[in-house]
Design a protein around this ligand. Sequence first.
Ligand code: NAP
Length: 265
Amino acid sequence: MTSRDGGRGLEGRTALVTGGGSGIGRGICRELARAGARLLAADISYEGALDTVDLLSLDGHQARPVALDVTDSAAIGGIRSRLEAEGWMPDVLVNNAAIFGMAAIEDIEPAEWDRMIEVNLKGPFLMMQAFIPRMIEQRWGRVVSISSTAGKTGEAFASHYCAAKRGLIALSRSVSLEVAPHVTVNCICPGFVETPMTRTETRFWQSRDPNISEAEVRMRMRNQIPLGRMGRPEDIAGAVRWLSLPVNDYITGQAINVDGGLDFH
Ligand code: NAP
């Protein structure tokens, strides 16, 4: 059965998901494993990665945890060598790990700016640099990076985050032009998704207006979404799976919104 007919589609492939120990990353790991891939759940939190692997193993999937800080180029090199020696080099790379923060432009410390760019933009660059060459060599690969609708529209009090996410779209687009035709490189842009990251945003708005409840902040977010609900990790994961399938070899260099209709372009 082919994937067009509803088959799984990623049998015999290995996928590495950064930030695979939490939220959307965990959902992506689950979805790619269901599609038949062997999973490398990589996270700065080894415990988080291990929890994801335990969940996948319970469902009978083959998966391994990887302790990985995407900003540490030496560590990435070490992991790459290990995976190569063990026959676990990824055919699918998902750049999902990121940090989020909110502050007015005048309150963002230069060190905070640097860390935002380091994790959210330099991290995906280092991961692509480490893992794309083998994809080119084997004439097949998929890179999907998780940007954000905020990287297209901008968002007040998140200028450092938005700058990094916009940069990730430009990085992906540029690399897609370099590595065509056998490797595709795309971004998914989520809107508001229920994860631990969303709590940073609700806490920020509550810090500016102590009378507003968390439920009210969430209602304001929901009210902006035409499809009437917050996103779920599986909404994003489904799109990542779809872009990763071998049958999808005619989509590259795109930044696709998966946001309940929040944004258009
Ligand atoms: P999350 O629950 O905070 O997950 C992010 C994961 O990345 C965490 O496990 C985090 O570990 C890990 N991480 C942080 N820094 C890392 C590093 N240097 N190296 C490796 N791993 C690192 O967030 P999420 O909501 O699932 O976000 C996933 C992606 O979706 C991100 O790219 C985010 O920007 C994007 N996104 C999310 C939303 C949303 O509404 N949630 C909207 C648009 C885009 P720790 O928890 O230990 O830091």
